[in-house]
Design a binder for this molecule. Structure first.
Ligand SMILES: NC(=O)c1ccc[n+]([C@@H]2O[C@H](COP(=O)([O-])OP(=O)(O)OC[C@H]3O[C@@H](n4cnc5c(N)ncnc54)[C@H](O)[C@@H]3O)[C@@H](O)[C@H]2O)c1
Ligand SMILES: [Zn+2]
Ligand SMILES: [Zn+2]
Length: 376
């Protein structure tokens, strides 16, 4: 195998600081790892939570967790036949490699794994493959994949082969927002054909939930955002109604109830604000469920009035990674895209270079556009 590579990557020294584009040394893949030449990396609001210091993460760290790329080399022990991983293949990267031993993993609910090695932002053996040249020291990789880099070494279990013809930017988005949003309404809490769904927050995650609800045959899909252009885009990917969120949550709740005959069977929160979590619960009819997908800054709480909630047999369900089993679900979402049933390409509103990451974060703070995708 060749000597270490030099790569370009977006490195965050510490949460709450501006990422810098740096040249790093990338070591070759060790046992159970693969080398990926990155093709595309989406900018997800979870990256912005870290960038803005709303989630504490260790640093320095290569950012990004929604990516795809081409396999360049397989580390020792990675069997191309058994794994489906062959050099040249397009892979979508999973940001959660299950530990395989905890109670959730053993039960087959790998998306719940609380001790995934991905959360250490190192390879499963506890070491890093990216480092600053000379005595600069190790650089971590976000969720062990750090996709905002020209190449990366990742655990082989994180690399999911994509069907032929999958566009790289679609594969990248399948790795986070599509799996999260589509999976929330089709796997975590499958919406029933003919039912009503509201989705609050129309970023990459929320619009994916809209697409998933349409795929599942929901009769009414109410898209809610404070940015008017998002409502138009939501209609193009399957929403039947749009509600422009106002500063008065009571009025927004009423508009959602009006559009859904008294309240949606399922109300998805895809922003991560206590106020919109409370809105999702407030607009439920008896028997309705709030499906929480958005992630708040750490430490935040939401509240609701207990008596009517219980009296009306309402539910609150949390969804992590759309209950994805990546090796099964990622190729399935790609196949649905290729059949024209999951218009993932509509989520890409900007194609950018690594150097344009900060302006992409700024657009996201304003709610402008959906996914900026870094192309390598
Ligand atoms: N549960 C999971 O596994 C998982 C996975 C990925 C992302 N997430 C989380 O999902 C959330 C959404 O991610 P994204 O990348 O789609 O974000 P995004 O920033 O692209 O989209 C958020 C949308 O919410 C809208 N919005 C903001 N405040 C609003 C308000 N008060 N009322 C109405 N609309 C409002 C914005 O205009 C924007 O359209 C984030 O919190 C992210 O961390 C969760
Ligand atoms: Zn994400
Ligand atoms: Zn586990």
């Amino acid at each position: 195998m060749s000597s270490p590579l030099t790569i370009r990557a977006a490195v965050l020294e510490a949460p709450g600081t501006e990422p810098r584009i740096e040249e790093l040394t990338l070591d070759e893949p060790r046992a159970g790892e693969v080398l990926v030449r990155m093709a595309a990396s989406g900018v997800c609001h979870s990256d912005l939570h870290v960038r803005d210091g709303e989630w504490q993460r260790p640093g320095p760290i290569v950012m990004g967790h929604e990516g795809s790329g081409y396999l360049e080399a397989l580390g020792p022990g990675v069997d191309p036949v058994a794994s489906g991983l062959s050099v040249g293949r397009l892979v979508a990267l999973s940001w959660l490699v299950p530990c395989g031993r905890c109670r959730s993993c053993v039960a087959g609910r790998v998306w719940e794994c609380p001790v995934s090695p991905s959360y250490s932002h190192r390879m499963p053996d506890g070491t890093s493959r990216t480092r600053r040249a000379g005595a600069g020291g190790d650089v971590l990789a976000y969720c062990a994949i750090g996709t905002m880099a020209s190449s990366q070494v990742v655990p082989a279990a994180a690399a999911i082969p994509m069907p032929d013809g999958t566009p790289p930017e679609v594969a990248a988005l399948i790795g986070c927002c599509v799996a999260t949003g589509v999976g929330a309404v089709t796997k975590t809490l499958p919406v029933e054909p003919g039912s009503s769904v509201a989705v609050i927050g129309l970023g990459g995650v929320g619009l994916s939930a809209v697409m998933g609800a349409a795929l599942a045959g929901a009769a009414r899909i109410v898209a809610v955002d404070r940015v008017e252009a998002k409502l138009d885009l939501a209609r193009e990917v399957g929403a039947t109604h749009g509600v422009l969120a106002s500063d008065d949550p009571g009025a927004t709740a009423e508009a959602i109830r009006d559009a859904t005959d008294g309240g949606p069977d399922v109300c998805v929160e895809a922003i991560g604000l206590p106020s919109t979590v409370e809105l999702a619960i407030a607009c439920l009819p008896a028997g309705g469920a709030a499906l929480l997908v958005g992630m708040t800054p750490l430490g935040q709480r939401a509240s609701f009035e207990v008596f009517p909630f219980v009296d009306g047999a309402r539910r609150i369900v949390g969804s992590n990674y759309g209950s994805a089993v990546p090796a099964v679900d990622f190729p399935r979402y790609a196949a649905l895209h290729l059949e024209g049933r999951l218009p993932v390409e509509r989520l890409v509103t900007a194609r950018i270079g690594l150097d344009d990451l900060e302006p992409a974060f700024e657009r996201m703070r304003r709610g402008e556009g959906v996914r900026s995708v870094i192309e390598f």
